[in-house]
Design a protein around this ligand. Structure first.
Ligand code: HEM
Length: 169
């Protein structure tokens, strides 16, 4: 395929197919027991100035599909003294939630915080009011993903922690 667009230079560490190992850990909401899940994360590109990704979670024992997300990581256009380190996430979830957020890349670490959430009129309550994500490469070459969220009834707190290894490694 085509080479990655120059604006993706700071994001190449994400490319590939990643499998959770160990299982992802979920916390929250209050009253719900901590849970585990399996997740496959895929980051690809088409030559356009953005990454395409999927996060597909499944049940640890049965493999039954659970939470699913897909979207884009889109660097802001370069400006003076800005080498594409500002980044947007445009994300759709199978729960009916849509997330647009922004943040920055610092080395092999990316942080984005939602500024806009959309949902169906029949989404489950409590509604999510904020999502924050940290994606980073560890010193061991693993991908780490921490997702925090706030809802109408709870402050921003961690929901998910996943460590992935590159498929084939
Ligand atoms: C619970 C949102 C990702 C599994 C919840 C709740 C919210 C929520 C608001 C509590 C209320 C409810 O049950 O709907 C989100 C958001 C996510 C996300 C915004 C992504 C940014 C995931 C992922 C998994 C997952 C990847 C992996 C399987 C669960 C489970 C519960 C839960 C098992 C416990 C409640 C239940 O059993 O229904 N999530 N979630 N979530 N979430 Fe997530």
């Amino acid at each position: 395929g085509p080479p990655p667009h120059a604006s993706l230079r700071g994001l190449l560490w994400l490319l590939g197919v990643w499998e959770s190992q160990p299982a992802g850990e979920g916390l929250y909401p209050p009253g719900v027991a901590p849970f585990s899940f399996r997740e496959t994360a895929t980051f690809t590109h088409t030559g356009q100035p953005l990454l395409e990704y999927t996060f597909y979670a499944s049940h640890v024992e049965s493999g039954r599909p659970m939470h699913r997300e897909t979207g884009f990581l889109k660097p802001a256009p370069a400006e003076a003294n800005n080498h594409h380190n500002r980044i947007a996430i445009i994300n759709a979830q199978n729960t009916g939630l849509v997330e647009v957020g922004e943040g920055q890349v610092d080395g092999e670490s990316l942080t984005v915080t939602s500024h806009t959430l959309g949902r169906t009129t029949f989404n489950k309550q409590p509604h999510v009011t904020q999502i924050q994500r940290i994606l980073r490469l560890t010193a061991q070459g693993e991908l780490e993903h921490v997702v925090s969220m706030a809802t109408e009834t709870s402050p921003l707190q961690q929901h998910l922690h996943t460590t992935y290894r590159r498929r084939g490694n």
